[in-house]
Design a protein around this ligand. Structure first.
Ligand code: DX5
Ligand code: ZN
Length: 224
């Protein structure tokens, strides 16, 4: 199975929330492929962010696929709420799911694409035996909780391992990277095998969103 096209998913964590609708329209026009939404609970990660009502508001303001990243303990409590609010793709951390296969099956049953997320210190083996049951794997390249952190390059071999497993098994699994993705790091992540790239600061911190997204896409494509 070949790699999917390069996809850029701006994370709204870095946007101006007082103008959420306008920001979503702007990144849509600027060429974003997906919208990434970071949900934090103040327990699994030391920050609090977005609940289902805001996801519902994003759903009404954008036609792009919503890629919702749950950084919360016991995420199975909220799968139906986030899918009902409009999540097209829903990610749960392997570290929060003792019954990971059950959790990903629950996401698919609720009607969304299922994603498993791995913290920097979590080995790829955490997802190895559910790889055939997921639509996406997200490799964190920062410790989750905040935008604007530095890319942790020691996660790159993990991306390469997952790419190899996905290809060897002929699976159709999107391989996403999140955290510190910017010009200068996206090429390395792409070379390692990622095909979906979350970018918060690198997009919303730029003056020209279209130029930022095009620059990221170009670097990712050239590194393949
Ligand atoms: C971190 C979040 C990321 C974050 C990315 O916990 O999962 O999605 O918003 O932000 P940047 O691109 O600024 O590192
Ligand atoms: Zn995220």
């Amino acid at each position: 199975m070949s790699r999917g096209p390069v996809r850029i998913a701006p994370s709204i964590l870095a946007c101006d929330f007082s103008r959420l609708g306008e920001e979503l329209e702007a990144v849509g026009k600027a060429g974003a492929d997906w919208i990434h939404i970071d949900v934090m609970d103040g327990h699994f990660v030391p920050n609090l962010t977005i609940g289902p009502p805001v996801v519902e508001a994003v759903r009404r303001s954008s036609d792009l696929p919503l890629d919702v990243h749950l950084m919360i303990e016991a995420p199975e409590r909220y799968v139906e709420a986030y899918v009902g609010a409009g999540a097209d793709r829903l990610g749960v951390h392997a570290e929060t799911c003792p019954h990971l296969q059950r959790s990903v099956a629950q996401i698919r049953e609720a009607g969304a694409k299922a994603c498993v997320v791995l913290n920097p210190s979590t080995p790829p083996e955490a997802v190895e035996w559910v790889l055939g049951d997921v639509d996406q794997v997200l490799v964190m390249t920062v410790n989750p909780g905040f935008g604007g952190q530095r890319f942790i390059a020691s996660c790159l071999p993990k991306i390469a391992t997952l790419r190899r497993w996905i290809d060897e098994r002929g699976l159709e699994v999107a391989l996403e990277v999140d955290g510190g993705v910017a010009a200068g790091t996206i090429g390395d992540a792409s070379r390692a095998g990622a095909d979906v790239f979350v970018a918060g600061t690198a997009v919303f911190g730029a003056d020209d969103y279209a130029a930022a997204i095009a620059g990221l896409r170009d670097e990712a494509e050239r590194a393949r």
